[in-house]
Design a protein around this ligand. Structure first.
Ligand SMILES: Nc1ncnc2c1ncn2[C@@H]1O[C@H](COP(=O)(O)OP(=O)(O)OP(=O)(O)O)[C@@H](O)[C@H]1O
Ligand SMILES: [Mg+2]
Length: 360
């Protein structure tokens, strides 16, 4: 049984939600009609998920969520803000207050139950002791896929690792590993009863990979619910999940980032790349403790010193990877460089990242 706390000053709403959840037979419901009562109940016995209304007399739902997040007993619980206010700014306000999700009233019951399950599954992924490691650049073309392939290869030497290709650009990970994406997450979107494990392909090095569909747009894009289910299923088979992220921060990408232990943000060093990285750092502010910023060079030639980049970005570089001619030689062969040349600049940089990940 999971514990679900509902805080809403509208009595009808409160009893309806309680009934819907209890009818499922897998939730124990604690119903509270104001913010203070809800907080008292939450601190006394932390729920797994809280559904919080916004406009209530006394304390607003936003304040309730902030107080839940500020207390070590409840900082990690799943929180959904349920409100009559459905504008984009309202969603932003809910997320800014610390909610995991936001839904507009009247809520579609099926959708609400799904989102509660998604939050509960997220906790299962955490409990499974899996390290989710998204690698991201909003600009693109800075070596994300290359780092994902090599990091996954290095981590696989330590413990079972899955590479998940969530980049929308036609199967670059499969290409980089010299494999054909015959099975991919598109098949799961097509039929949600397909076990995700049956779509995972194995590389000769032992690395497991869940590839992206080979044709863009053919299967659509996983929503929060689908991507959460994919992670929950992958977590059963791996200690590390290294993710080639799309160059965007939509709700799906945010769902991945929200459950990640570390987020690897990759930057180039031309003026535009720096600007994009700075903007991304700002957008990822809420997860700044988890961020590792990496500079990578995809072209030869002189480049600014690391100090200048750190100053421009106002964060230290976790790794600074030079242009590696050996990468160019293996790129078309479908081999991770780390599997063939253990001591070139790219591989040494990736090993340093792996050490940082394991040290913390
Ligand atoms: N350190 C490096 N040294 C030399 N070449 C590199 C290095 N890192 C990446 N490359 C090369 O740069 C090119 C772009 O890299 P990659 O495809 O990994 O970037 P990406 O960020 O995933 O791009 P996209 O946004 O298109 O997905 C590739 O040809 C790759 O082999
Ligand atoms: Mg890529």
């Amino acid at each position: 049984m999971s514990r679900v706390l509902i805080i809403d000053d509208n009595y009808d709403m409160l009893s309806m939600l309680t009934m819907i959840l209890e009818r499922q037979g897998k939730h124990e419901v604690i119903a509270c009609s104001n913010g203070q009562e809800g907080l008292d109940a939450a601190f006394k016995a932390p729920p797994d998920v809280a559904l919080v209304d916004v406009m209530m007399p006394g304390m607003s739902g936003y304040d309730v969520v902030k107080r839940l997040r500020a207390d070590p007993r409840t900082e990690r619980i799943g929180v959904i803000i349920l409100t009559a206010r459905g504008q984009a700014v309202d969603r932003e306000a809910a997320l800014a207050a610390g909610a995991d999700d936001h839904m507009t009233k009247p809520a579609n019951v099926e959708e609400l139950l799904k989102r509660i399950d998604a939050l509960l599954n997220r906790d299962k992924v955490k409990a499974a002791n899996v390290m989710t490691l998204p690698v991201l650049s909003v600009k693109g073309g800075v070596g994300v896929t290359t780092l994902v392939i090599n990091l996954a290869n290095v981590l696989q030497q330590i413990a079972p690792t899955v590479l998940l290709d969530l980049a929308p650009t036609i199967g670059q990970c499969a290409f980089g590993l010299g494999m054909r994406p015959e099975k991919h997450w598109g098949h799961y979107l097509e039929n949600r009863n397909t076990p995700v494990a049956s779509l995972v392909q194995k590389h000769p090095t032992g690395l497991q990979a869940l590839f992206a569909p080979p044709l863009p747009g053919q299967y659509g894009w996983p929503n929060v619910d689908a991507v959460t289910a994919i992670f929950t299923q992958l977590a059963a088979a791996a200690r590390f999940i290294v993710v080639d992220m799309p160059p965007l921060l939509d709700p799906t990408a945010q769902a991945v980032l929200s459950q990640a232990q570390r987020i690897l943000l990759v930057s180039g060093d031309d003026a535009l790349a720096i600007q994009v990285t700075r903007a991304t750092l700002q957008a990822l502010q809420e997860w700044k403790e988890r961020l590792l910023v990496i500079r990578n060079a995809v072209a030869p030639g002189p480049r600014p010193p690391a100090e200048a980049i750190q100053k421009a970005l106002r964060v230290p570089l976790a790794a600074d990877i030079a242009y590696d001619p050996a990468q160019v030689a293996v790129a078309a062969k479908g081999l991770p460089l780390a599997a063939v040349q253990p001591k070139t600049p790219l591989v040494l940089g990736v090993k340093r990242i792996a050490q940082l990940l394991l040290a913390r």
